[in-house]
Design a protein around this ligand. Structure first.
Ligand code: ATP
Ligand code: MG
Length: 635
């Protein structure tokens, strides 16, 4: 009989070493490890000590014997019209070429390679080539402004940087090279060489003689390259990646090698149920953790084909993703609530147009998944929609259902249970004591963190300990900085960030609870609620809503009427205490490039303060809309 998820989880905590030794057999080791876990220096955990392996070997070379002619990377760009499938054999050849190119530019073990690329296959080749050489990649989301890029250059001090002439979004060319040039001017320690993949999108691109190298020219010199993999001790770093910057200055997460590989391949088996030879489609970007883990490493480690998509979900129309599901027989899909809310503004008929019979389930993560959105997509797809919760820091799920172990029933708006390997607790924010069922607590993890989680903050062990392990006096536990609650059936719910809780006349309310209520209005597509200082009540909630159909909201009277409807709904759900002071209508919310609402900036503006670090802001127009909406009620 199959093991229950409960028992699986229990075993992962009570017999950590036995459990992870078993999972470690899913990858190939050049030299076996001597110890499963070294936890002699808490909270620093070292997994699979002494074992030597290589990510690129496991993601690519390992599959050549059995699936050289099978698809590995399926590239689709609705921006340029490019569509190409690379088999494992072709991927191997490209990665070897790229590794030889990097080697020729002096990159070796431990060196950093900064990758600032749009969603093109060369970005994946560059990532895999870097880890093949035992070097460390730092992928920076393409299109980030020069000063964000410069800060990441200075943090990583790369030997080489790889970029492209331009990215594309909604048919518009976004030139990267001027941003790169400016970032290199700002950086304290710029790399000696910049490799540029010329897509031919920016005809006016300038090159710096002696520094800039053309990808195609260099590649042509290494067509038959065979670069042996550099074996790394399991704990040697594989990459650096920054958190989204939703709550402040992004943190540079450092990932190891062996634990990273084991955690991802295990998650593919137990959580996503992705089988070798099947197709996986994560709609993220390689600049984010979801892209690292589930566009690149996990599908390839598992011998699957991975769809890499450049484009938006609604161009040429809102059926494009489902068309790809049909065409490439996608078995498992991974997206974000923010994308589903975009689709929700369009006709659900787009989901019925294509044959989705290959699709087993859709996973969503990145933000709280509200019940109306979850229902909408689950009804339209007629497939399980599985919410799961994780962070850049952990690299894979903290809370999830794991249908590969047991098909547990799903509850809307719940990411189910603690993932195996996580000794998860809900702690009272001040006493640090465990809270009971149906009581709010901070989601915390008793260390050691399982394999795959950050091993430290790049170059700053103190920041790692200080940031994550000092929230509760007298206890060294990892804080996620998110609120959670567990119901009597053991299902968890994420209530939002610890800094998103507001205090209205002595009542503590999560902004997420109010948002859930506002969202149940039929004409609300999206909403952000923040707490604003108030002389009388301490704080009052303020709501910024995006209407599904704004056409009826052109007059102040119409907006007032809808505001009143929202008030009534909130009164019904939470009582008048949760009622926002105002519901202000905007057409877009300020979000990070990864699609998360920047509540801290909205709150700061509403309180007349500086909006803070906006380096990860997607569209500056959104901030302007917030400003004018606020002005409309304060003047
Ligand atoms: P920063 O740490 O720089 O402020 P960030 O926390 O947004 O940015 P990420 O690592 O991209 O950076 O996001 C992780 C966070 O996203 C989680 O801590 C949680 O707040 C939220 N999150 C992720 N998945 C879910 C989910 N399924 N439900 C609710 N919230 C989620
Ligand atoms: Mg975070």
């Amino acid at each position: 009989m199959a093991e229950s998820y409960r028992n699986f989880h229990r075993r992962s905590i009570e017999d950590r070493e036995g459990f992870w030794r078993e999972q470690a057999a899913l990858i190939e080791w050049e030299r076996p490890f001597e110890r499963v876990l070294d936890y002699d220096r808490p909270p620093f955990a070292r997994w699979f000590v002494g074992g030597r392996t290589n990510l690129c070997h496991n993601a690519v070379d390992r599959h050549l014997a059995t699936r050289a002619a099978q698809p590995a990377l399926i590239y689709v760009s609705t921006e340029t019209g490019a569509e190409r499938t690379y088999t494992y054999g072709e991927l191997h050849a490209e990665v070897n070429r790229c590794a030889a190119m990097l080697q020729a530019l002096g990159v070796g073990k431990g060196d950093r390679v900064l990758i600032y690329m749009p969603m093109i296959p060369e970005a994946v080749f560059a990532m895999l080539a870097t880890v093949r050489l035992g070097a460390v990649h730092s992928v920076v989301f393409g299109g980030f402004a020069s000063h964000s890029l410069a800060a990441r250059i200075d943090d990583a001090r790369p030997a080489v940087m790889i970029t492209a002439d331009a990215g594309m979004r909604m048919g518009k060319v976004i030139a990267y090279k001027p941003l790169v040039d400016e970032a290199l001017r700002l950086a304290q320690q710029p790399p000696k060489n910049v490799v540029i993949f010329d897509r031919g999108l920016d005809k006016s691109m300038a090159r710096v003689a002696g520094r800039d190298v053309d990808y195609a020219e260099l590649r042509a010199r290494h067509m038959d390259a065979q670069v042996p993999v550099t074996w790394l001790e399991s704990n040697e770093p594989s990459y650096i990646l920054y958190t989204s910057g939703t709550t402040g200055r992004p943190k540079g997460v450092q990932r190891d090698t062996g634990g990273h590989a084991v955690s991802l391949i295990a998650s593919m088996k137990h959580i996503y149920c992705g089988e070798p030879g099947e197709t996986y489609f994560a709609t993220s970007d390689i600049g984010w953790v979801v892209g690292h883990s589930y566009i690149v490493y996990a599908p390839l480690l598992r011998g699957m084909a991975s769809v890499m998509y450049e484009g938006v979900p609604v161009r040429p129309d809102a059926g494009i993703w489902w068309k790809l599901v049909e065409q490439y027989k996608v078995a498992v899909m991974f997206s974000a609530p923010t994308a589903i809310r975009v689709l929700k503004k369009h006709d659900p008929a787009y989901l019925k147009k294509y044959d989705l019979s290959s699709l087993k389930h859709l996973f969503l993560a990145g933000e709280p998944l509200d019940e109306p959105t979850a229902r909408w997509i689950a009804d339209a797809l007629e497939r399980p929609v599985i919410d799961h919760y994780w962070q850049t820091e952990t690299g894979w799920s903290i809370l999830a259902s794991y249908p590969g172990v047991e098909r547990t029933p799903l509850k809307f708006a719940s990411p189910s249970f603690p993932a195996y390997g996580y000794d998860l607790r809900l702690l009272h924010e001040t006493s640090g004591q465990e809270v009971g069922d149906e009581e709010k607590g901070v989601v915390a993890i008793v260390p050691p963190l399982p394999p795959g989680c950050l091993t430290t903050v790049w170059g700053d062990d103190d920041r790692f300990v200080q940031t994550y392990f000092t929230s509760f006096a007298g206890k060294q536990v990892y804080s996620t900085f998110d609120w959670g609650i567990r119901d009597r059936d053991g299902y968890y719910f994420i209530l939002g960030r610890t800094d998103d809780v507001i205090n209205v006349a002595g009542h503590r309310l999560g902004t997420r609870e109010i948002e859930e209520a506002v969202c149940s209005h039929a004409n609300v597509a999206e909403v952000a609620v923040v707490g604003v200082q108030d002389k009388l009540k301490g704080q009052v909630p303020l709501a910024f809503a995006v209407a599904k159909d704004p056409s009826g909201l052109t007059t102040p009277a119409a907006r007032k009427a809808m505001e009143q409807e929202v008030f009534d709904i909130v009164d019904q759900h939470l009582g008048a205490i949760g009622r926002p002071a105002h519901v202000l209508f905007v057409t877009l919310l300020p979000k990070t490039r990864s699609g998360k609402v920047l509540r801290r900036s909205i709150q700061a503006l509403a309180e007349g303060r500086d909006p803070g670090d906006l380096t990860t802001l997607d569209d500056p127009a959104a901030i302007e809309q917030i400003k004018s909406a606020i002005a409309s009620v304060t003047t």
